[in-house]
Design a protein around this ligand. Structure first.
Ligand code: A3P
Ligand code: MG
Length: 283
């Protein structure tokens, strides 16, 4: 793949790249776990009042240099570089890197943090890998989505140990909803009150998308702010498993929103998008 034809990735190429992202995330996981296991984790606050640790910085540096080798010239949008003012060259295809999603959970020594690598093409998340090193769980998707178990710094398991991902049909006895552990806003609470929610679980990071993709939950409403790098890899995994991430007017969440600084607006990620009525997405 070259930067000019990146947006024409074939299904086979997308699956191969998904495995490449997965392998990089596993290697990056060893760096994150070294810091996670240290007696003390240093952190500082960024401009958006979110924390950053040495793990965010080391993992991002590793992923950026490995991705430049794997996909030379493909523009890269990464959380910590963007916080330092790095600009993305406009392109139909670009990489999105969130070295630690759920930094608050990481600091609280919760295993609900993930390493995220994605490729967006023509505004959609095409390829993604989400790795939760403290849980040794990995999800990745190109044309097809899979989950497997992998130890930080270890090898990607053989294909016979990949479980295909398939989001579930809407259950008749009420929805399982997933919400942020650290950022639950009033609009999300209103959404949960409007929908037939049987159970609502607070989970950190992009794991929420992966739990939808593996058929464990039905909806993840997010009305508070997120950035494109927070959602791209998990969204790629969910879409490959048959789910969808929609804006409140029912359109798929778009990637490459340079005009809004790569911020996502509100979205609702659904396991079974065919089952929702239009009233379910309107505010
Ligand atoms: N005010 C804000 N502006 C932008 N993004 C925010 C934000 N508050 C929370 N987020 C995003 O929400 C992510 C955490 O999601 P969750 O609450 O579902 O675990 C954070 O990811 P990071 O941990 O990578 O910074 C951060 O990007
Ligand atoms: Mg992050």
């Amino acid at each position: 793949m070259t930067p000019d034809d990146a947006f024409e990735t074939s299904d086979a190429e997308a699956d191969a790249l998904a495995r490449c992202f997965a392998m990089l995330a596993i290697r990056a996981g060893a760096l994150a776990m070294e810091i996670f296991a240290a007696p003390q984790i240093e952190s500082r606050m960024k401009g958006d009042s979110s924390p950053v640790t040495e793990a965010d910085e080391r993992v991002e540096e590793f992923l950026l240099s490995e991705l430049e080798r794997a996909l030379p010239g493909v523009p890269r949008l990464a959380e910590e570089s963007a916080a330092r003012g790095a600009r993305l060259r406009e392109s139909d295809a670009f990489l999105l890197i969130d070295p630690v999603d759920g930094t608050r959970e990481f600091l609280a020594r919760s295993p609900e943090f993930t390493i995220n690598v994605a490729l967006a093409e023509k505004g959609a998340p095409r390829i993604g890998a989400v790795y939760a090193p403290a849980q040794e769980r990995l999800w990745f998707a190109g044309a097809r989505g899979f989950e497997t178990r992998a130890a930080p710094g270890g090898a990607l398991p053989a294909a016979q140990d990949f479980q295909p991902l398939r989001a579930r049909r809407r259950p008749a006895d009420g929805l399982v909803a997933l919400v942020s552990k650290s950022h639950l806003d009033p609009e999300t609470k209103e959404f949960l009150a409007r929908e037939p929610v049987a159970r609502s679980l607070a989970i950190g990071s992009s794991l929420k998308f992966c739990l939808l993709a593996r058929g464990e939950a039905d909806v993840y409403p997010r009305f508070g702010p997120t950035m494109e790098w927070d959602t791209a890899a998990g969204d790629a995994v969910l879409r490959a498993a048959g789910g969808a991430t929609l804006t409140p007017n029912g359109a798929p969440l778009l990637y490459g929103k340079s005009g809004q600084g790569y911020r996502n607006g509100p979205f609702i990620a659904w396991a079974d998008p065919a089952s929702i009525s239009s009233s379910a997405t309107l505010p």
